[in-house]
Ligand binder design. Structure first.
Ligand SMILES: NC(=O)c1ccc[n+]([C@@H]2O[C@H](COP(=O)([O-])OP(=O)(O)OC[C@H]3O[C@@H](n4cnc5c(N)ncnc54)[C@H](O)[C@@H]3O)[C@@H](O)[C@H]2O)c1
Ligand SMILES: [Zn+2]
Length: 359
């Protein structure tokens, strides 16, 4: 089992990673001094560990459709009915959509009640459940209403991943792959739990340095400017991690075109992304020119087109990248039919991944 600390000025917690770590929940709840717990779970009841205190189990559904203020209100109403107080605890068990919506409910209930996350997707374990950002969607867009609310612990039980569909594993690998270019060592040869621990450790260091997105936290958006545009352009036919993977390959090429990195580093982007079994080409159905305006709407864009790009000082936010360079690098990207991109074979995925993906 790995334990990754996340230390902030007024709040610190540990992220535990490994098989069976969910059984630490009762100890965590005991340490918090909570008398009652509400567990909101999108997974079967038998997947929810004992809390050690009087518990209300609320079933939930993963998915963007329930990541709404309506769900937040419904949860808070149940918290009141159960008599949950400010010194009690809320527990989330599910994918990133569930940890996000439950995290926001915990942030708002009594102006903040302790929350413990039990993420059950690879993406939620390496990214969504760690770092304290919570949000829900509005019809106008994703994650438009939210709060910073750090959990009191995160238990990344890798046993949960044994039932995760292969494509959801790949979704999480998109975020692991981008760690290679924002300060993590080469994680490819490592077992899955170590890859998760290293990705969490990287995110923890970034969040410690910039909890509220004032600067450094931007590096976590490596590959995301094109990634977000591709998600929208394909009507979300690409999973987030798949789109980020293609965005990461593009970020390498763009950094190369701007003279920020050498040819070998550009190739390394392609190699790393493909060795995680992730797509590296633009969908043939998407017109490169149609992606430009979508990238302009990315929330990182302050003036012109902004990208997090690799360079001599490592990854950093680069503002005002000339449109013509972006357009040219997009045009030069390899292309492949969308159907092929979302069905990439896991070429060199580590044994643990392949086993989990098959089951
Ligand atoms: N707060 C943050 O910092 C942050 C960071 C990244 C992403 N996010 C959010 O995370 C969300 C995406 O999370 P996600 O990719 O986990 O999506 P998700 O929660 O929709 O789960 C993906 C799918 O996996 C299924 N699933 C979950 N656990 C499973 C398991 N153990 N076995 C089998 N199936 C399982 C779900 O039912 C769902 O169909 C987005 O809403 C995104 O905005 C938040
Ligand atoms: Zn992401």
């Amino acid at each position: 089992m790995a334990s990754v600390p996340l230390r902030l000025r007024d709040h610190s917690y540990d992220v535990l990673i490994g098989p069976g770590v969910r059984t630490s929940l009762a100890e965590v709840v005991g340490r918090l001094g909570a008398a009652r717990a509400v567990v909101v779970s999108a997974r079967p009841a038998e997947w929810v560990p004992d809390t050690g205190v009087e518990t209300l189990l609320l079933p939930a559904r993963d998915g963007e459709q329930d990541k709404t203020l309506t769900t937040v209100e419904a949860l808070c109403r149940e918290f009141v009915r159960f008599g949950l107080t400010r010194s009690d605890v809320v527990v989330s068990c599910g994918g990133g959509t569930t940890t996000d919506v439950v995290g926001l409910a915990a942030a708002l209930y009594h102006r903040g009640v302790a929350v413990v996350h039990l993420p059950t997707t690879l993406l939620a374990q390496v990214d969504a459940a760690v770092g304290g950002k919570t949000a829900v969607n509005l019809p106008a867009g994703k994650n438009l209403v939210g709060a910073y609310w750090q959990p009191s612990a995160v238990l990344c039980d890798t046993d949960y991943l044994s039932t995760l569909p292969r494509r959801e594993m790949r979704n999480g690998y998109g975020e692991i792959a981008r760690c290679h270019f924002i300060g993590a060592p080469d994680l490819r040869p490592l077992p899955l739990a170590d890859q998760i621990a290293a990705s969490v450790a990287l995110k923890a260091r970034v969040v410690e340095a910039d909890e509220r997105d004032a600067g450094l936290r931007h590096v976590l958006n490596y590959g995301h400017t094109l990634g977000h545009a591709l998600e929208k352009a394909t009507g979300f036919a690409l999973r987030h991690g798949e789109a980020v993977a293609i965005g990461t390959v593009f970020a390498g090429r763009l950094a190369g075109a701007l003279g920020r990195v050498d040819r070998a580093r550009v190739t390394e982007h392609q190699d790393v992304v493909s060795s995680y079994g992730l797509p590296t080409a633009l969908p043939a159905e998407t017109e490169p020119a149609a992606l430009l305006p979508l990238m302009r709407h990315d929330k990182k864009a302050i003036g012109g087109l902004a990208f997090v790009l690799d360079g001599p000082q490592g990854a950093e936010l680069v503002d005002d990248v000339p449109h013509d360079v972006v357009a040219r690098v997009l045009d030069e990207m390899p292309r492949a039919p969308l159907a092929d991109l979302v069905d990439v074979v896991d070429v060199a995925a580590p044994a643990a991944t392949t086993a989990a993906a098959r089951s």
